[in-house]
Write a protein that binds this ligand. Structure first.
Ligand code: GRF
Length: 214
């Protein structure tokens, strides 16, 4: 179990860009009683907009510029050092645009989550909105999942979908999916903080019952 019901779950959030999911998590903590606390926000991009959001909220920030450690293993080791300084109960990837080493993933097994803009296992990887439209899908969505060594492949904790309109463009779809993400990410973190969701032997367990989608 990640946390008791009384103690806020301590989070470290990793970002690379805009940080709108980070903002949604911060808002859910301050406005909706999400029982979590963001201990630090770490970015691999020095001028990521999300760092300003963290500073505004009075949260410590750190930049680990990946260009300074071209070797992926060494970079991830540096990252682990910074993250572990805050001893988080959960590491939250929120638009962190890096492929993580198996060592990093194993280090945080069961307490590393990501949000991906598709209904996983469909549409792993990048440019999901355009690809979904191109394929003529009727629905698109977002998924929160535990991170495993394989990209965008870990067991799903939560997902939600929207119906695709006839006039939809990749931009409108992206906007709608972002709004969905801002709901499901804080919701999934709430379940984890309340100890309702766990990763047990590679499967998501909700309220002590395995879910169908893992
Ligand atoms: C989101 O679309 C998320 O699904 C993906 O990266 C994007 C991050 O957006 N992993 P933001 O930085 O939270 O605004």
């Amino acid at each position: 179990m990640l946390s008791s019901e009384q103690t806020p779950l301590s989070l470290v959030v990793l970002i690379s860009g805009r940080g709108s999911n980070l903002q949604a998590i911060l808002d859910a903590i301050s406005e909706e009683g999400l029982p979590a606390r963001v201990e630090a926000v770490i970015s691999n991009v020095p001028d990521a907009q999300g760092l300003l959001r963290a500073k505004k909220a009075g949260i410590p920030t750190a930049v680990k510029d990946h260009r300074k450690w071209p070797q992926r293993e060494l970079y991830d080791q540096q990252l682990i050092k910074v993250i572990d300084h805050y001893a988080p109960g959960l590491v939250v990837l929120a638009g962190f645009m890096r492929i993580l080493t198996p060592q990093f993933v194993a280090h945080y097994s069961g307490r590393l989550i990501n949000i991906h803009p598709s209904l996983l296992p469909a549409y792993r990887g990048l440019n999901t909105h355009a690809r979904v439209l191109e394929a003529g899908e009727t629905h698109h969505g977002a998924s929160v999942h535990f991170v495993t060594a394989e990209l965008d492949s870990g067991p799903v904790i939560h997902q939600d979908s929207v119906a695709i309109n006839r006039e939809e463009t990749a931009a409108t779809l992206q906007h709608r999916i972002h709004r969905l993400e801002h709901k499901i990410y804080p919701q999934a973190i709430r379940w984890l903080a309340e100890g309702r969701v766990e990763l047990v032997e590679g499967k998501v367990v909700v309220d002590h019952r395995p879910t169908a989608n893992t």
